[in-house]
Design a protein around this ligand. Sequence first.
Ligand SMILES: Cc1cc2nc3c(=O)[nH]c(=O)nc-3n(C[C@H](O)[C@H](O)[C@H](O)COP(=O)(O)OP(=O)(O)OC[C@H]3O[C@@H](n4cnc5c(N)ncnc54)[C@H](O)[C@@H]3O)c2cc1C
Length: 103
Amino acid sequence: MATVDVTVMGAGVFGLSVAYACLLRGAKVQVIDPAGVGTGASGGIIGALAPHVPEQWNPKKAFQLDSLLMQGAFWEQVGARSGMPAGYARNGRTSTACRCGGS
Ligand SMILES: Cc1cc2nc3c(=O)[nH]c(=O)nc-3n(C[C@H](O)[C@H](O)[C@H](O)COP(=O)(O)OP(=O)(O)OC[C@H]3O[C@@H](n4cnc5c(N)ncnc54)[C@H](O)[C@@H]3O)c2cc1C
């Protein structure tokens, strides 16, 4: 007899987000990751999220922008439920010019 409704393999940001979404919908969820939480690409030190440039706008870019705009409320809820800061912030963007090969 199954004791869970959903088994998620992998505790990176995608696996944990899927598990969280299933939990919010009332499912009993287990996450399996022999290596531990955030040991894959999600454990890196870089975490910039950026929408695509507006040129050649298309449905995929629109979907990504919609997802980006949902981040604030999503991570605020995660922080409130977990009691741990998610570390999400809208910091804008800085850029540095590289003049490679210049004198
Ligand atoms: C250096 C670097 C910088 C990055 N910078 C950015 C950035 O600035 N902005 C951005 O949006 N993205 C960035 N990315 C990409 C982003 O980190 C990844 O797209 C994202 O973390 C992938 O999440 P994931 O959950 O799919 O994979 P992962 O975080 O890799 O999680 C996969 C998990 O699955 C587990 N696993 C593997 N096989 C099994 C198995 N058979 N059973 C159970 N568990 C298993 C692994 O142990 C791992 O924990 C960067 C990636 C790297 C490497």
